[in-house]
Ligand binder design. Structure first.
Ligand code: ACO
Length: 328
């Protein structure tokens, strides 16, 4: 790629309502000690009346303001989600209407938790095709709409939220340059996290009742092992490709699924704990929203400083995984 792509603005939005681990104890057979030691999660934000579009809108407005840009300047909108308002129309199309704009390219992208990093690469390719492109990318999920509250091995893990970024072309020296992104996937069923209903393999008939297949099911242990392996390998690969090593990384920003996974990846890469951004304790796993929420929060709080080299790394259902290097 010859044109440089830059992150110009960041924003995130989460619902106000919070379920702490103690709140979950009231209706799930679980306890704070198990959730904290197994995952590091202390609370998650949960929608009341909001839909995915509301979260996307909140994050997008903040990212546009951060980029000092009007919505009408956008050329493309890409939303990474598997819990959009409905299968059709795409949440990205409906967002145009909510933002009061039209005649833009709009698409949703499905790569589960890796969706935002996949969207970075799609945006980079589009900017390379047309350097005048101004692209809003967003990761957003209402995972609690797809959580089986009777399955304690999954329901304690997930939360709702959205994060957004604006990407445009820029010069090599400007801050926010995306140096590179690497992506991968493996569709082996034994590894997977699934929501089976509403797909053509599990069509509805009138009068069908809701079953387990309407909700998230996953092979937790297999995903855990694969997550550590894949995020470590792809992070090592992207650093090596650019002649960099762990010491060059100022901030490691991994997908916020589980504190033990984050800790294991940091350790294997040789990035010290104080350089690893963590907010899984506050939000749980928000899937495609996890990386952009963390990125916006890390930038806003000063954890990411000007000049820092930030390594994003992610994995998710599919399975999918990826890494991205950004110089802020
Ligand atoms: N509260 C209390 N006990 C529980 C709970 C709970 N919420 N959930 C499970 N247990 C019990 C189990 O019943 C089991 O009990 P047993 O030994 O008597 O049978 C015991 O705890 C151990 O269960 P495991 O599933 O073996 O626990 P493990 O240590 O593997 O941790 C976990 C489970 C946290 C899910 C872990 O495997 C993990 O984090 N995996 C990765 C999952 C992930 O990140 N998925 C997201 C993918 S990204 C995406 O696309 C959205």
């Amino acid at each position: 790629m010859s044109t440089f792509s830059h992150v110009r603005g960041l924003g995130f939005h989460v619902p106000e309502r919070i379920y702490t681990n103690a709140d979950l104890e009231k209706f799930v057979d679980t306890n704070d000690e198990w959730i904290t030691t197994r995952t590091g999660i202390k609370q998650r934000h949960v929608v009341e009346d909001e839909t995915c579009l509301d979260l996307v809108y909140g994050a997008s407005v903040k990212a546009l303001a951060d980029a000092n840009m009007d919505a009408d300047e956008l050329t493309h909108v890409i939303i990474a989600t598997f819990t959009g308002d409905m299968p059709v129309p795409a949440t990205s199309c409906v967002l145009l209407e909510r933002l009061g704009i039209k005649n833009k390219v709009a698409m949703d992208l499905s790569a589960a938790c890796s969706g935002f990093v996949y969207a970075i690469e799609v945006a980079r390719a589009l900017i390379n095709l047309d350097p005048s492109a101004k692209i809003l990318i967003c990761g957003a999920e209402v995972l609690t709409s797809r959580v089986n509250w009777e399955d304690r091995s999954t329901c304690v893990l997930f939360g709702d939220g959205a994060g957004a970024a604006i990407l445009t072309a820029g010069t090599e020296e400007e801050p926010g340059r995306v140096l590179d992104t690497l992506l991968s996937a493996d569709g082996k069923p034994a590894l997977n996290l699934t929501i089976k209903d509403s797909g053509s393999a599990h069509p509805y008939r009138l009068g069908d009742t809701v079953g387990k297949e309407n909700f998230i099911e996953m092979q937790g242990r297999e995903i855990y092992k694969h997550a550590v392996r894949s995020m470590t390998a792809i992070s090592t690969e992207i650093l090596a490709k650019h002649g960099l090593c762990a010491d060059d990384v100022d901030v490691l920003l991994p997908h916020q699924a589980n504190m033990r996974i984050i800790g294991a990846v940091g350790k294997k890469l040789g990035v010290p704990e104080e350089k690893v951004f963590v907010n899984v304790d506050k939000y749980g796993n928000t899937s495609a929203a996890s990386i952009p929420i963390a990125l916006a929060e890390a930038k806003e709080s000063g954890f990411i400083k000007n000049g820092d080299l930030v390594l994003l790394t992610t994995f998710g259902g599919g399975l999918t995984w990826g890494a991205s290097l950004i110089r802020f």
